[in-house]
Write a protein that binds this ligand. Structure first.
Ligand SMILES: Cc1cc2nc3c(=O)[nH]c(=O)nc-3n(C[C@H](O)[C@H](O)[C@H](O)COP(=O)(O)OP(=O)(O)OC[C@H]3O[C@@H](n4cnc5c(N)ncnc54)[C@H](O)[C@@H]3O)c2cc1C
Length: 488
């Protein structure tokens, strides 16, 4: 039986003010819902979604990759095109000084169209890139994917102001392999500012935000006599009744909604950040005017899975490793081990570190691809483990929770959902309202079980698994050579 339609003034709770929660709140407001409250345990009004003020969510970051290259997955390709249009509009509105969030100015941008370069160390393009090129051409997006070895494509990149982005590591000049594909539609999202902007827009559309470690922290569901989820209870003991509760807690969602067992799991990525001084030869070279976001051997297992960004305005140059997806299984109240994000700032020293395997691959890459860092004595400034919520098939999960009236889930970004921030909520509100349920993306996001298919991500291996952080050697201070440990 279809759930009863919501009235526009029905109370709706959203738990989580990351990309999924923010975008849902924004689009519920745009669709005319007048009684939306977003809860988060992190005080984002003061921490501003910044790494450096203790924020600990996937969405709270310096920057994220935007790419529409998705192999043969047309649904995500087209979703990204839709999102990029909106990213551009957000930029235009910022530039026009229209309705600026506190602390942001008309010179801020939330998206730079510097392209996303997918690199390989081989001399043929991987199947994923070949599939992307074909799918793009089939969908009328010819000449968006520029092959680094193609002179016609080099001319196109030049014309679009993306010339330097075809070989940002100057591999050709060094006589090294430089094969790759530049997705010229993509680039970099300035993540913290984009979240601040989305929060501001959602408020403008009427959403209330309770962003507080006590008053905003979900602790349990409020259930009616019939077993329906009738709202939530927060850490301060207050009840918040609602006709619908949307759980959008990123890596924490699985531990708050056990029905998600074997459907998604929190996994850690490993990040290193250099700080490039203004005096460096790399300052101009790595700015988003000359340098793309990039990925390297993204589908090649533990020895690959690297990605990176142009430097930020402040010179932060970030590189991430996803070749091994680490977990943090912890036994929960019901005896089941579930992976939960570690809040490194509140824990022991070891949590300021990343696994040695990750460091080995990251360092190996920078030595080979950007030796200037070593030559100029620019060392790693800081590291971070950063928590994804991965589904077994890398598709998002956006659906009502089966056999649980009043409860909806929007999660499992699986490493690729940030780019949808401006539009994700439109799709989520459609699903809440039962609109367009036959669309391929909507079908892919439905509640599901693994069944016979081979998972892309093997979930819930528990504390005996090799990817469990408990079984992983972490870097020592000497390995990391952290120069300014006091920063975090
Ligand atoms: C390291 C890393 C790199 C990534 N790179 C990219 C990229 O380049 N491009 C891209 O498109 N995507 C990328 N992603 C994916 C993207 O960042 C995520 O899909 C997206 O940010 C997830 O948003 P979310 O709202 O689901 O979760 P989150 O951003 O984690 O937000 C969840 C929120 O829930 C809150 N919460 C949790 N528990 C509670 C509770 N009990 N009570 C109240 N609030 C609670 C948390 O405080 C948090 O604010 C990356 C992810 C990671 C981790």
């Amino acid at each position: 039986m279809a759930p009863p339609a919501l009235a526009k003034n029905d109370p709706i709770n959203i738990v989580g003010a990351g990309v999924f929660g923010l975008s849902t709140a924004l689009h519920l407001g745009k669709r005319g819902y007048t009684n939306v409250t977003v809860f988060d345990k992190q005080p984002y009004d003061s921490t501003l979604y910044s790494y450096f003020t203790g924020c600990d969510a996937a969405s709270a970051d310096l920057n994220k990759i935007i790419r529409s290259a998705y192999g043969s997955q047309i649904e995500y390709q087209e979703l990204t095109f839709e999102a990029i249009e909106e990213w551009k509009k957000w930029n235009e509105k910022l530039a026009g000084g229209e309705d600026l969030p506190p602390g942001m100015s008309s010179s801020d941008r939330v998206f730079h169209n510097c392209g996303n370069l997918s690199m390989t160390d081989g001399d043929v393009l991987p199947p994923f890139e070949i599939a992307t090129i074909k799918t793009m051409e089939d969908c009328g997006h010819k000449d968006t994917q520029l092959i680094t070895s193609d002179t016609h494509h080099a001319a196109i990149a030049q014309k679009r102001g993306q010339g330097g982005c075809l070989d940002p590591f100057q591999r050709k000049r060094r006589g090294k392999s430089s094969l790759g594909v530049l997705d010229s539609t993509g680039g970099v999202a300035i993540a913290d500012k984009a979240c601040r902007l989305a929060l501001h827009k959602a408020r403008r559309h009427g959403a209330r935000f309770i962003l507080d470690p006590t008053a905003g922290a979900f602790v349990s569901y409020l259930t009616s006599n019939s077993g329906k989820v009738a709202g939530i209870i927060t850490k301060d003991g207050k009840s918040h009744p609602a006709a619908l509760t949307v759980m959008a807690c990123g890596g924490w969602t699985g531990s708050l909604l056990p029905q998600l067992d074997n459907l998604c799991e929190a996994t850690a990525g490993s990040v290193i950040i250099y700080k490039i001084p203004r005096s460096s030869s790399l300052w101009d070279r790595t700015s988003s005017a000359n340098f793309p976001t990039w990925t390297y051997k993204m589908r090649d297992g533990a020895e690959g899975g690297l990605y990176g960004f142009p430097r930020t305005e402040d010179g932060y140059f970030k590189i991430g490793y996803r070749g091994t997806k680490y977990t943090n299984p912890q036994k929960q109240g019901d005896g089941v081990e579930r992976s939960v994000p570690i809040t490194r700032w509140t824990e022991a020293e070891k949590l300021k570190q990343i696994p040695t395997q990750a460091m080995k691959v990251l360092k190996g890459f920078t030595e080979e691809y950007l030796p200037e860092l070593r030559d100029e004595g620019i060392d790693i400034e800081t590291t971070r483990v950063c928590w994804y919520n991965d589904s077994f098939d890398n598709h998002l999960i956006i659906d009502r929770v089966p056999e649980q009236d009043g409860l909806f889930v929007a999660t499992a970004g699986s490493g690729h959902a940030f780019k949808y921030l401006p539009i994700m909520g439109k799709w989520i509100v459609d699903i809440i309202e039962g609109i367009g349920m036959d669309r391929p993306a909507v079908k892919a996001w439905k509640w599901r079980v693994l069944g016979e298919q081979t998972p892309i991500n093997v979930l819930m291996e528990g504390s005996s698994g090799v990817r469990a952080l408990q079984n992983t050697r972490l870097t020592t201070d000497a390995d990391m050579k952290l120069r300014s440990r006091a920063r975090l």
